[in-house]
Design a protein around this ligand. Sequence first.
Ligand SMILES: [Zn+2]
Length: 165
Amino acid sequence: MKYSFYMKSILFTALYLSMIVIMSGCAKENQENLTVEELTIDTELQPYFERFVAEGAVRGMTIDLVEKRIEGFLIDIEETDVAGQCSYSATSTRKVNIDINYWNSATDLEKEFVVFHELGHCYLERSHSDAQENRNCTSIMHSGTSGCRFRYNATSRSEYLDELF
Ligand SMILES: [Zn+2]
């Protein structure tokens, strides 16, 4: 009996110690969250990120890119036919990468499309949607591989943006 009481108190001491460790772990994490973080958005991408915020606001959505730790970069994406990517992890910032070669030959609306599509993944946390109507893609979040037609122009734009947000 004495032995088991002894074991119990060891167990409680161990439990107590591990709780202290866990609690101090939390405190440390909170401290890290308080540090000011440098978030980079390439200056060429910036106007399109701002448009995303504005179009969200028009549709009653408050977009806070800093809160979701969104960054944006123009880089050379090596895979062919990839205009943009969103990389997303719990431990890092969320990065929108846009292919510089695509960017340099894209029209204003093509630039808007790729930025909005990637922010659809990175900010809105949407996955692909290949929904279609009369063989037309009904979402800006289409995968690009389903074969539906995507016509993003001055006329169709607002309907696509209503669907996005
Ligand atoms: Zn995508």
